[in-house]
Design a protein around this ligand. Structure first.
Ligand SMILES: *Cc1c(COP(=O)(O)O)cnc(C)c1O
Length: 368
């Protein structure tokens, strides 16, 4: 049966979200971040929809993700920034993919891989997140080395960037001050980056001073809010993914019936149980057992008992529910269905995690 288990991806919403964010943010450049298979939505179709909305760059975490976009025929400017030891820099350079650089060693590896080409790099400064940027103590030697490599025609420093912790406005402003200092040192070393980028969605919306001339937008493009206290609609965004399925079984049971593993839920009255054919293998968080909600024919029902690998049960009471009926786990709350953010709260996580974890067994259906 079609639609047994599917994520419906509204590509028009991707395009509209990018348009709307561009208007708010107003930078000359916007990098649409499509790492992790476009946060679970499908990197290639999302990338195309983002470009249609006016994104002029694409971003992925690693080189294989970027190469997959090139293999699909996408020739837009493309940056990736997380490289394991032994990453195939030569393939990336041949494919015209810009490389984030997080250490002196990486800069030299990229220079060695450039061959007859010119590597385009973006130097990533650690400004507090303590992940993979260039440590402050290394800035001056790396800037100097990068400038030498530029002068010898091996590479070009097209960008300087960093990433914020979203801890608080004060912490992000402190990181901004560190970044600004790094940027000044880079310019003093003779570097002249075309793209300067610090903000992801949250700071791009809330802290205009972090926008420089480029922002990197992930979660907002998918129509989800990075803020606890503001919804998608509050930000003028439309959720892109609707996770849905069809009821696989319905049974009428007496009071006192145990439901799913460990019987953490028991019926209190005679009741109808509906079986939803998505489980934690499909990304439904097991942590939302007993608390996540679904929508069936416009009514909300809570997960009864444990989420299993392939399925979970909802107790619909005396509602009329039949095998094959639509069940929506999350989508656009403006349409009355639960949001990815509600599932995140139920599972003790963030909406990023809810959409990104949707499993390979769930068919992606594109509507545009
Ligand atoms: C994932 C990522 C982003 C996108 O962040 P959002 O909060 O989803 O907008 C931006 N920059 C870097 C370096 C990232 O890793």
């Amino acid at each position: 049966m079609t639609g047994f288990r599917e994520a419906v991806i509204d590509l028009d919403a991707v395009t509209a979200n990018i348009r709307s964010l561009r208007q708010v943010i107003g930078t000359p450049h916007l990098v649409a971040v499509v790492k992790a298979d476009g946060y679970g939505h499908g990197a290639v179709p999302v990338a195309r929809a983002a470009l249609a909305g006016g994104a002029d760059w694409l971003g992925t975490a690693d080189i294989p993700e970027a190469l997959a976009l090139r293999a699909a025929g996408i020739d837009a400017p493309l940056l990736c920034w997380l490289h394991p030891h032994g990453a195939d820099f030569a393939a990336a350079i041949r494919a015209g993919i810009d490389l984030g650089v997080s250490s002196a060693a990486q800069l030299d590896e990229i220079a060695d891989a450039a061959g007859s080409g010119v590597a385009q790099v973006h130097l990533k400064l650690d400004t507090g997140l303590s992940r993979n940027g260039i440590a402050e103590a290394e800035w001056e030697p790396v800037f100097q080395r990068a400038r030498d490599l530029e002068l010898s025609g091996v590479l070009r420093v097209r960008g300087i960037f960093s990433h914020l912790s979203n801890t608080s406005a004060a912490d992000d402003r402190a990181a901004l001050a560190v970044f600004t200092r790094g940027l000044a040192l880079a310019r003093r070393a003779g570097l002249s980056p075309d793209l300067v980028h610090l903000a992801a969605t949250a700071a791009a919306i809330d802290l205009p001073e972090t926008r420089f001339n480029t922002v990197r937008i992930g979660i907002g493009m998918y129509g989800l809010s990075p803020f606890d206290d503001r919804s998608s609609a509050d930000l003028g965004l439309r959720p892109v993914m609707t996770l849905r399925g069809r009821i696989a079984a319905v049974r009428r049971v007496p009071a006192g019936r145990g439901v799913s593993y460990s019987y953490t839920y028991r019926t209190t009255d005679e009741s109808t149980l509906a079986l939803v054919p998505l489980g934690y293998a499909d990304g439904v968080p097991r942590q939302a057992s007993g608390s996540g909600q679904v929508s069936i024919a416009g009514n909300r029902f809570r997960v009864a008992g444990r989420v299993a690998m392939d399925q979970f049960v909802v107790d619909v009471g005396d509602a009329e529910v039949a095998v094959g009926d639509d069940v929506i786990l999350f989508g656009d709350p403006e349409a009355g269905v639960p949001s990815a953010s509600e599932w995140a709260t139920a599972a003790g996580t963030i909406n990023y995690d809810i959409v990104t974890r949707v499993g390979a067994r769930v068919t992606r259906r594109y509507s545009a």
